[in-house]
Design a protein around this ligand. Structure first.
Ligand SMILES: C[S@@+](CC[C@H](N)C(=O)[O-])C[C@H]1O[C@@H](n2cnc3c(N)ncnc32)[C@H](O)[C@@H]1O
Length: 255
């Protein structure tokens, strides 16, 4: 199962004891006695609270834009777990809404070089968070497979993965699809430049009630996201709240 060893630091606040318990959980997972179909149906056995909370947060946020028309976009998908989660939440919360297109942007080769506006973080190293070779094809197949098992799953095509640097790819996407309305945009790149380009590009495609989820707005280690947001949005244009269960994540709702 371990085809790729991590060569970069992940964001973590875990202390040594917690890290040891994570390593133990990993061993227990790798040596799971469950047969594969049972394992797939019992993944909760291995789901840490720090992951479960992300699912709960996404459920909370989804409900906020449920009645807003338009697409979902994630900027910085990494392995695409949120895209799968969002497809499955879409199927639970609005099973007949096949217009709720879900679009993920990432280089899939990891971080580009950060700029001076991004401060100094071990996380933003060039190439960190790279996925494996040809991962986009695997992720496309994975999302299609989830979709196929959901209501109206035979009507495929509500997903799109856009591979490349957000700085070029997001403006390109909106030039090709100027009719797009953005109901929900999730920002998780943490870097100043791509965040600013994507925020600036989507701004005129959002409507009243559209939601932006900012992952690192209050993170001193990642000042770029807050800088970009504050440069582009005036306080009278939105309401803002910290997510109850997750202090570093912030929900912005357009007025
Ligand atoms: C922290 S990870 C995202 C984690 C993911 N949202 C999740 O919750 O699992 C940040 C991602 O942003 C991507 N990224 C950073 N800068 C980018 C850029 N300029 N263009 C495209 N992707 C970028 C990286 O490749 C990385 O996969």
């Amino acid at each position: 199962m371990d085809t790729q060893q991590q060569t970069y630091a992940l964001e973590t606040t875990a202390n040594t004891k917690q890290q040891e318990s994570r390593n133990r959980l990993m061993e227990l997972f790798k040596n799971s006695p469950l047969p594969s179909p049972d394992l797939l149906f019992n993944l909760g056995l291995y789901t840490r609270s720090s992951l479960l909370v992300k699912f709960l947060v996404m459920y909370e946020v989804y409900q906020k834009f449920l009645n807003v028309p338009g697409v979902i976009m994630e900027f910085g998908t990494w392995w695409g777990q949120n895209l799968v989660l969002l497809e499955n939440l879409r199927s639970i919360l609005e099973p007949f809404n096949k217009q709720r297109k879900i679009i993920g942007f990432d280089t899939y080769s990891g971080y580009p070089l950060p700029t001076d506006a991004d401060g100094n973080s071990a996380v933003w190293q060039e190439g960190s968070y790279a996925t494996s070779a040809d991962y986009v094809e695997y992720l496309e197949e994975l999302i299609k497979t989830h979709e196929a098992g959901n209501v109206l799953g035979h009507l495929q095509g509500v997903h799109q993965l856009v591979k490349g640097d957000v700085i070029q790819k997001v403006p390109e996407y909106f030039t090709q699809h100027p009719e797009t309305i953005v109901a929900f945009a999730y920002f998780d790149m943490g870097l100043y430049e791509p965040t600013k380009v994507a925020l600036n590009t989507i701004k005129s495609h959002m409507v009243s009630g559209s939601v932006i989820l900012l992952d690192e707005l209050t993170w001193p280690e990642a000042p770029g996201e807050a800088l970009a947001f504050k440069e582009l949005f005036r306080p009278n244009e939105y309401s803002i709240e910290k997510i109850k269960l997750y202090p570093s994540k912030t929900i912005v709702t357009m007025k």
